[in-house]
Ligand binder design. Structure first.
Ligand SMILES: [Zn+2]
Length: 76
């Protein structure tokens, strides 16, 4: 696909997504598969992948963890 911002080519890569959950949790999800624009650096994440990230975050939201890093995993 083409970059939505500059129409440049996008390469497969990974990105890191920081999430604030509520007022007191900060979770950073690493190694999330993404398409990264070679020209402007815009990052695009496909919706099935975002859904998996959200399900990982759901589990964290119910735990006592307030700050930390998660690795993205296929089997979420
Ligand atoms: Zn771009």
């Amino acid at each position: 696909m083409k970059c939505p911002s500059c129409r440049g080519g996008m390469d497969k890569g990974t990105t890191t997504l920081p999430y604030e959950l509520g007022r007191d949790k900060l979770i950073v999800v690493r190694d999330v598969p993404a398409l990264v624009c070679a020209q402007c650096g815009e990052v695009f994440i496909e919706s099935p992948i975002l859904k998996k990230v959200e399900s990982l975050l759901d589990a964290v939201e119910k735990s006592v963890m307030t700050f930390g890093f998660l690795e993205y995993r296929e089997a979420a």
